[in-house]
Design a protein around this ligand. Sequence first.
Ligand SMILES: C[S@@+](CC[C@H](N)C(=O)[O-])C[C@H]1O[C@@H](n2cnc3c(N)ncnc32)[C@H](O)[C@@H]1O
Ligand SMILES: Nc1nc2[nH]cc(C(=O)O)c2c(=O)[nH]1
Ligand code: SF4
Ligand SMILES: [Mg+2]
Length: 221
Amino acid sequence: MDFKVVEKFVSINGEGRLSGQLAVFIRFAGCNLDCSYCDTQWANEENVKYELMSEQEIYQYIKATKVKNVTLTGGEPLLQNGLIELLNILSKDDNLSVEIETNGSVSLKEFINIKNPPKFTMDYKLPSSNMEQKMLIDNFKYLTKNDTVKFVSGSTNDLEKAKYIIDQHNLVSKTNVYISPIFGDINMADIVDFMQKHNMNGVTLQAQLHKIIWDPNERGV
Ligand SMILES: C[S@@+](CC[C@H](N)C(=O)[O-])C[C@H]1O[C@@H](n2cnc3c(N)ncnc32)[C@H](O)[C@@H]1O
Ligand SMILES: Nc1nc2[nH]cc(C(=O)O)c2c(=O)[nH]1
Ligand code: SF4
Ligand SMILES: [Mg+2]
């Protein structure tokens, strides 16, 4: 199966539990959502330039970088035809640690049963995204302590919804829970105040590190 790869690069992971560590990124074309704040809308455009790569070509590229952490992102990686075949190849290599960034609207069911499954970082899209109605609440039941739910928040209303969902589904006891600001839209100090006011123990606040290191609009970092 050939995959539409819009960019591939080595950087530090700017998000999630492996933030600050080297990672090799594979970004796939196309997404089923249209989040108001999406910083990679270009990857979802119909006429985006892409390179067709087979599973083996992607694996060989990853190995040539000598980087252990692999992030599959997009666009929406879980919508790529043949993703299971790619994951089967990557999961056989004990020297790789694979993570998938996914938007919360695609069922994880068929991806969790593979041997040595990837770590999922699943967004729960909050009201500011305009995509909340697409969230599959059922996905929470597949997540473990290897995975993460991320709430990208741009307002107090978003934070209140995040807190409601975290409490309602007891997420802190099941998985890793992160809050990340919509870049530039909300003061991080206000998020900390909110976390303190609501005793949000076990929740991690995180900025997008790559947007602090490099120009926030730079691609390939
Ligand atoms: C571009 S998305 C690709 C993967 C998948 N479609 C998703 O939404 O998780 C990767 C991550 O970047 C986050 N993101 C996109 N735009 C952002 C922004 N302006 N500020 C903060 N995070 C953003 C998304 O919420 C998601 O967690
Ligand atoms: N450095 C860096 N780290 C990231 N972690 C997740 C990213 C993504 O776009 O999914 C990302 C990204 O675009 N750049
Ligand atoms: S789901 Fe991810 S890639 Fe798709 S529009 Fe939202 S942030 Fe962008
Ligand atoms: Mg990004």
